[in-house]
Design a protein around this ligand. Structure first.
Ligand SMILES: *Cc1c(COP(=O)(O)O)cnc(C)c1O
Length: 400
């Protein structure tokens, strides 16, 4: 898929569309740090040039070493992780605009999505109702704890959870009560939303919106495109500079939003998504379906921008260096996260962000001329859940 020649004009169209959109985050701004990769005898060593130089560190020996940039979206919010806030950035305002009083969603027992919905709804005065898969934990930690603090959590058995849509709908009906209404967030998106102020009606009846697990919708793409537009405006990147973005992927929505943003803004940027939760075929399928939904909902933007609409090959999907069943942590990975934390002040988790880090290190040590830019998608609180499951790996303080 290539940008049309009429890019300059088109780029403005997208930019003006984004600037007219109502957002949850007051600003798209985020910090970008530069990481220097120091080759050492056995393994790599790292240093965070942005923070160490700021503090008078860095002795100049770093010049000439491979470098990459990292977008610190993990610092976007202390409790709701980076890319989840991005995915809700455009969605939550639409739902509130439609008079939502309550939101129902679901997720796995350590779901960062569910926790982010709970936190941001609470901030916005909407009541969050969270269905978590599995049994109540004896000691709630991490995202589970955040969902419990900010949302109304109900645990759902695996068999109930298998019928996800029915489960969500039945729960929403219960929340709505006899005078309330229930809607799927996906269905109101793209409709002309003439604001009906009186939907938050005086009679106190509930208006319940259902957000599917992962919030992988067209609206989620917009928030990610807003991030990309912000990054493209930084002086760090030259006007026609080639940039290679790396991001760890669950559903792949974040990666698709970044790639679509690059095409729509006419940038020479490409996106590598590290596949963590599914097969290549499924990632490609989801990419096609997200892009075609985007085309349906925003035809005016899409057709101005994209020349050959194959709905395919926007993102370069790659395997993790050490593929495994999703959620599994391999020997040495926690030690690696600890090393990165101690050398750079950046916290990675072995499930998601370490995979993108490894990819970024590999790319920037290669011979590509493009600047490498990793998106830190957050995941910090996921470590608390992992520490419960893999406690022996976390209990040795000394590193070899
Ligand atoms: C949810 C999550 C992802 C997955 O994002 P997708 O848009 O579904 O690909 C990646 N990394 C972290 C840390 C996450 O919490």
């Amino acid at each position: 898929m290539r940008p049309t020649p009429a890019l300059a004009a088109g780029g403005r169209t997208v930019a003006s569309f984004l600037s007219a959109t109502e957002w949850m985050l007051p600003s798209p701004a985020t910090q970008v740090h530069t990481i220097s990769v120091l080759p050492s005898r056995l393994e790599f060593a790292f240093s965070n040039l942005t923070t160490s130089l700021r503090n008078g560190g860095g002795n100049g020996s770093e010049t000439g070493n491979p470098k990459f940039q990292i977008v610190r979206d993990d610092l976007l919010h202390p409790l709701a992780n980076g890319n989840k806030a991005r995915k809700l950035d455009a969605l939550l305002p639409v739902l509130r605009h439609c008079g939502a009083t309550d939101i129902v969603t679901c997720g796995g027992c350590q779901s960062a999505h569910a926790a982010a919905v709970a936190v941001h709804c609470a901030e916005w005065g909407i009541r969050p109702h969270i269905l978590l898969r599995g049994e109540q934990l004896d000691v709630p930690t991490g995202y589970n704890l955040i969902s419990l603090m900010f949302g109304n959590v109900t645990y759902a058995s695996r068999s109930l959870y298998a019928q996800r849509d029915e489960m969500l709908y039945e729960h929403a009906i219960k929340v709505a009560g006899c005078s309330g209404t229930v809607m799927w967030a996906d269905e109101i998106i793209g409709k002309d939303l003439g604001l009906d102020e009186d939907t938050t009606d005086g009679n106190g009846s509930r208006k319940v919106m259902i957000v599917k697990e992962g919030a992988g919708s067209v609206q989620a793409l917009l928030g990610v495109m807003r991030l990309l537009e912000y990054l493209s405006g930084l002086t760090l990147f030259g006007k026609d500079e080639k940039v290679h973005i790396v991001v760890d992927s669950g559903t792949g929505t974040t990666a698709v939003g970044l790639a679509l943003g690059a095409v729509c803004l006419g940038l020479q940027w490409r996106v590598t998504g590290v596949m963590l939760a599914d097969t290549l075929e499924r990632y490609k399928q989801r990419e096609r379906s997200l892009v075609s939904d985007f085309e349906k909902v925003f035809p005016q933007i899409y057709h101005g921008m994209v020349e050959d609409a194959t709905h395919d090959n926007l993102v370069q999907w790659v395997e993790r260096f050490s593929p495994r069943r999703f959620g599994k942590v391999l020997e040495g990975e926690i030690a690696m996260c600890r090393q990165v934390a101690q050398q750079t002040g950046i916290l990675l988790d072995p499930m998601y962000t370490l995979a993108a880090w490894e990819q970024a290190v590999d790319l920037c040590c290669g011979d590509s001329a493009a600047k490498v830019l990793m998106i830190h998608t957050g995941g910090t609180l996921g470590l608390f859940g992992l520490a419960q499951r893999y406690s022996p790996q976390f209990t040795t303080g000394e590193q070899s």
